[in-house]
Design a binder for this molecule. Structure first.
Ligand code: LLP
Length: 444
C-alpha cells in the first residue's frame, strides 16, 4: 500500500487525509464520499508550473476539467495560476461561475454544438480548439454573423499510438478527434484557417491519450508537431506561436505502478521541442499542456461503508460496499485497478484476500479484485479506495437511481463540502407525470 499526499496513519491506526480521520469524515458527511486533498492538488499544480518556469520562456498549464470539476475546483486551480480546458457548455459555465476569466479557458470537443459555440463566442473564450473542417466553417459563419474574431487553435492528429487502454488513446490516425497530419489534411486545415478572416489562428494542438506511463510517446509527438510546424511555415509562411501538447500523464493507481512526474514530462517536452526548433530554425513557441488526471487523480479518496460480507468457501469472499460502478465506472469500463485500505484498521496486517463489489445490479460491478485486507474486516468498517480523484465523480451515473455522493475538500484538519450529496428527492426533480397516467390501475 502507498500513502498519497497528506494521507497518514495516526497512532490509533486510523487513516487520515488532510489531518482529518477518514472515519470522522464518513460519520459527518455520510458514505459513499469523495474526499479531495487540497494540499496535494496544489502541489501537483505547482509541480507543472515550477518545471516550466525553470525551463521555458512562455507557457500555459491548463487543468483538464473533465477529470473533475465543480466551482470550487475551478477556483482552486485558478488560484494556482492554471488555465482551464473545458469540453462542454456545462464545464464552461462552471468555470465562469467560479470566476475564471473567459480568456483563460480553452474550449475543446469534437462536436461542439452551435449553442455551445455561441456561449463561447459571447463569453470571449481565450481559445477554441477547432477539431474538423466542418467545425471551422460553422465557427467562421457564427463569428462573422456576431462580428467577433475568436482565437482558435487546430487540433492535429500526429499519428502516434500511445501505450494505454485503446478506449483512452486518441493520437492515432483512426480517431474521431482532430485532423491528421498524414495525407496533408493538417496542412490544408492551417491554410483554410489562415484564409478565413473571421477567425484568428493562434496555435496548434494535439493530445495522444490518457494514463500514459511511458514518456516515449510524448517525445515522438513533440518532435512530429515541431516538424509539422516547420512544414507549415515553409508552405504557408505562418509561424506557429503556440503549441499545445495536451494532457495524458499517468498516475500511480497501485503500489506497483511507476508514473513519471510532471517535472519529468516537462523535461522531455521542452528538451524535444527546443532541439527540433533549433534544427528547423524556428522561434520557441509558447508551450501549453493540459493535465487532468495528474493534477487531481491521486488527491482523491472514496470512502465507503462495508456492508454484506459473503464468503463462498473455496471460491472467494465478496465484500460489498455502499457505492460501486455508479460512483466509479473505471474498473468496469477500462479494467482499471485500484488499491484500498480499511480506514479504521489501517495499521493491521493485510492478510486476507477479498473482492470488493458495489451494490448495483450488475455482476461486473467489481471495484477491486483480490484486495488484501485485515482478517477482522467487518460490516460498518470504512473502506478508503485510493486515487479516485480523476474521472470518478465526473463520470458518475444515476444507474439504479442511486444519488451521487458528496465531495469534500480537506486541508489542515478542516473539511468543506464542495458538492452536496444528492437526495432521493433530487432524483425525482426532473420526472413529470402525464395526466393520463394519474388514474391508477387500468384493468380490473
Ligand atoms: N486534453 C485533451 C484534449 C483531452 O482529451 C484530455 C483527456 C486531456 C487533456 C486530459 O487528459 P489527462 O491528463 O486527464 O489524462 N475517462 C478516461 C480518460 C479520458 C481522457 C479524455 N481526454 C479514464 O477514466 O481513464
Amino acid at each position: 500500500m502507498h500513502l498519497y499526499g497528506t494521507q497518514a496513519i495516526d497512532a490509533e491506526g486510523h487513516l487520515t487525509i488532510g489531518g482529518v480521520r477518514a472515519v470522522d469524515l464518513a460519520r459527518r458527511f455520510g458514505t459513499p464520499l469523495y474526499v479531495l486533498d487540497e494540499e496535494l492538488i496544489r502541489q501537483n499544480c505547482r509541480a507543472y508550473v515550477d518545471a516550466f518556469r525553470s525551463a521555458w520562456p512562455d507557457f500555459i498549464v491548463a487543468y483538464a476539467a473533465k477529470a473533475f470539476l465543480c466551482t470550487a475546483m475551478a477556483a482552486l486551480v485558478h488560484q494556482e495560476g492554471l488555465y482551464l480546458d473545458v469540453v462542454s457548455g456545462g464545464e464552461l459555465i462552471t468555470a465562469l461561475r467560479a470566476g475564471v476569466p473567459a480568456e483563460r479557458l480553452i474550449f475543446h470537443g469534437n462536436n461542439k454544438t452551435p449553442e455551445e459555440l455561441d456561449l463561447a463566442l459571447r463569453a470571449g473564450v481565450g481559445r477554441i480548439v477547432v477539431d474538423s473542417f466542418s467545425e471551422l466553417d460553422l465557427l467562421a459563419d457564427m463569428a462573422a454573423e456576431r462580428e467577433v474574431r475568436p482565437r482558435i487553435a487546430l487540433r492535429i492528429t500526429p499519428g502516434v499510438e500511445a501505450h494505454t487502454h485503446h478506449y483512452i488513446a486518441t493520437g492515432q490516425l483512426d480517431s474521431k478527434f482532430g485532423i491528421p497530419i498524414a495525407g496533408g489534411a493538417g496542412l490544408e486545415a492551417v491554410r483554410r484557417a489562415l484564409e478565413t478572416p473571421a477567425v484568428d489562428l493562434v496555435g496548434l494542438h494535439c493530445h495522444i491519450g490518457s494514463q500514459i506511463l511511458d514518456l516515449g510517446g510524448y517525445e515522438v509527438t513533440a518532435a512530429r508537431m515541431v516538424d509539422f510546424m516547420a512544414a507549415v511555415q515553409r508552405e504557408t509562411g505562418w509561424t506557429c506561436p503556440e503549441l499545445n501538447l495536451g494532457g495524458g500523464l499517468g498516475v500511480r493507481y497501485t503500489a506497483e505502478d511507476r508514473a513519471p512526474t510532471p517535472a519529468e514530462l516537462v523535461a522531455v517536452l521542452t528538451r524535444t521541442v527546443r532541439a527540433r526548433c533549433e534544427a528547423h530554425e524556428l522561434p520557441l513557441p509558447r508551450l501549453v499542456v493540459e493535465p487532468g488526471r495528474s493534477i487531481v487523480g491521486e488527491a482523491g479518496t472514496t470512502l465507503y461503508t462495508v456492508g454484506a460480507i459473503k464468503e463462498i468457501p473455496g471460491v472467494r469472499t465478496y465484500v460489498a460496499v455502499d457505492g460501486g460502478m455508479g460512483d466509479n465506472p473505471r474498473p468496469a469500463l477500462y479494467q482499471a485497478r485500484y488499491d484500498a485500505v480499511v480506514a479504521n484498521r489501517a495499521a493491521e496486517p493485510r492478510i486476507r484476500l477479498v473482492t470488493v463489489v458495489g451494490r448495483t445490479c450488475e455482476s461486473g460491478d467489481v471495484l477491486i479484485r483480490d484486495l488484501p485486507v485485515p482478517e477482522t474486516i467487518a460490516r460498518g468498517d470504512i473502506l478508503a479506495v485510493q486515487v479516485t480523484g480523476a474521472y470518478n465523480y465526473s463520470m458518475a451515473s444515476h444507474y439504479n437511481r442511486f444519488p451521487k455522493p458528496a465531495v469534500v475538500l480537506v486541508r489542515d484538519g478542516e473539511a468543506d463540502v464542495v458538492v452536496e450529496r444528492e437526495t432521493w428527492e433530487d432524483l425525482l426533480r426532473f420526472d413529470r407525470m402525464p395526466e393520463r397516467l394519474r388514474a391508477g390501475v387500468a384493468w380490473r
